[in-house]
Design a protein around this ligand. Structure first.
Ligand code: CDT
Length: 301
């Protein structure tokens, strides 16, 4: 059996004043728990090392830069990589990346079980806006601080499976899953920071928002016969609530593990990668059944 024991390391809030070192200490504690539960891959949220800073409007680029990492691993995250290597647990987490060329991305990385970075993904679907919006209850300035990802949706062979990544809002777009599905993806790992309330529609409640997150991930899993692991950063962050709802979804679209709290919490599942084979060889055998002559609109506008 091709098995990956996956841990979804849901994280409670990171406050603006929290140091990277304090956050990494919590990530290490989740890593210890993952070791005790036999995980071979541990997935942390989007922007795991900091608060969700795009809620704050900033004009001073030097201030913006304080939320970005210009190398990975770096001094603050080195202990995480070291312990992951000691335990033989692959890790995946999100952070704000500043490149040597001065580009800014909302990035997630994937390591092998020796803590070598084997994959990098840069968030393609950036939600929100780029200028201060007086109409919103709070700001969501991802379009101000990040450029759209420039790496596409690659998949990597690791732990005898094909693994891909996505970040937060990407999980709502069928194209995210399908582009990886077309490469045979068997496990998609993604992190998110999703406000519990809609900044533009106060009537939309938490239950509806949790449902849409689950709907996106379960349908993406089913329609591409792949495991999907969605991991939240959640709770009251800088006075702004982020929703939880971390889950592990099997290739039939069923939730097999679900977080119950809005804090640091590990959920795990021994994921059988062969569970994706039946769907890929039958109803979602893309080579046999897709009719791409009718799909042109998807990429032409
Ligand atoms: N971080 C992130 O992408 N959050 C979005 C919020 C959408 S509302 C602007 C999400 O899709 O969950």
């Amino acid at each position: 059996m091709r098995e990956i024991v996956v841990g979804a390391a849901q994280m409670g809030p990171n406050q603006k004043s929290d140091t990277r070192e304090a956050v990494v200490a919590r990530m290490l504690s989740l890593l210890d728990q993952a070791r005790d539960r036999g995980c071979t891959l541990l997935v942390y949220p989007e922007l795991a090392l900091t608060t969700f800073f795009p809620r704050w409007y900033m004009e001073d680029q030097a201030e913006v830069d304080t939320w970005f990492e210009s190398e990975m691993p770096n001094a603050a995250t080195a202990p995480l990589f070291q312990r992951a290597r000691d335990y033989g647990i692959a890790i995946s987490f999100g952070y704000a990346e500043k490149t040597p060329e001065g580009q800014y991305f909302n990035t997630q990385i994937l390591t092998d079980r020796e803590a070598n970075i084997i994959g990098k993904y840069r968030k393609v679907h950036l939600p929100g806006h780029s200028e201060y919006d007086t109409e919103r209850a709070f700001q969501h300035l991802e379009k101000r601080y990040f450029e759209p990802g420039d790496l596409g949706f690659p998949v990597w062979r690791t732990q005898d499976a094909l693994v891909g990544m996505a970040v937060c809002n990407d999980r709502r777009w069928p194209e995210t899953y399908r582009v990886m599905g077309l490469q045979g993806v068997e496990l998609i790992v993604l992190g998110y920071n999703t406000p519990s309330v809609n900044s533009q529609m106060s009537k939309e409640g938490l239950a509806e928002r949790l449902y849409h997150s689950e709907l996106s991930m379960t349908s993406g899993a089913y329609q591409n016969a792949t495991w999907v692991v969605g991991v939240a950063k959640c709770g009251d962050e800088d006075g702004h609530p982020l929703m939880a709802g971390s889950m592990i979804v099997d290739p039939n679209g069923f939730v097999v593990a679900r977080a119950e709290t809005e804090g640091d919490e590990l959920i795990t599942h021994a994921c059988d990668m062969d569970l994706s084979v039946f769907g890929k060889e039958t109803i979602f055998d893309f080579d046999r059944h897709r009719r791409i002559e009718h799909y042109g609109l998807i990429t032409s506008q």
